[in-house]
Design a protein around this ligand. Sequence first.
Ligand code: ADP
Ligand code: 5GP
Length: 210
Amino acid sequence: MPLNKNGVMIILSSPSGAGKTTLVKMLSQIDNFEISVSHTTRLPRVDENPGRDYFFIDVNEFQRLIKNQEFLEYAKVFNNYYGTTRTPVIDKLDKGKNVLFDIDWQGADQIKNKKLDYKLITFFILPPSKEVLYDRLQNRDMKDKRIVADRMKQFERDVLHWINYDYVIINDQLDLCFEKINNLIQAEMNNGSKDYDLEFIRNHINKLTN
Ligand code: ADP
Ligand code: 5GP
């Protein structure tokens, strides 16, 4: 099966609150791009819809899916299970759709290690600063201060995984960030030249982690 007839897999990961879900939704507006909707055992947020944002299921159902080997990848994140079922993803890719994944570094590693016959592009999204990240988490998860504190604590550990991704992108101004990701995807798909400064990213990571 020639690679270029199939769709491309595009993974976005990030420390929680950096903006990957927002960016995945924006990218899904591009013609021929579709989101892989994950299963999770966590409860829905107020603005989330079942089947659109996640398939919300209980632990028993999640374990049944594990046992039946239905997951392409799955992981425990913040005390809840999250996973991507294989069949819908492969169906989309075989129809030539580009599939967007909003998954954590554990899931990204698992998909990478599977070395599937589809092109894979991976992005790690970073906030401009820890202060901005804190503000974004607070705006989103206002009702639960514990969630914000947990996710800020987890940031230090999550950020270390940037090294395993093809591209690291700073989400400062949303539209510019979207444009940067879109340009890199188009360049990857068309073998074009890539506008990417790894040294700048290394400096930013140093600032975030010191
Ligand atoms: P993640 O999926 O990485 O946890 P979200 O996409 O849920 O993050 O974004 C966290 C919050 O920050 C949301 O309320 C979102 O609207 C907001 N947000 C995302 N990107 C930006 C940005 N560039 N500027 C301002 N707010 C943003
Ligand atoms: P949230 O609860 O904020 O929606 O997501 C928490 C974390 O779980 C995020 O890092 C998100 O990318 C990740 N996540 C969401 N769906 C999946 C999935 O199917 N697999 C994996 N491995 N992680 C996921």
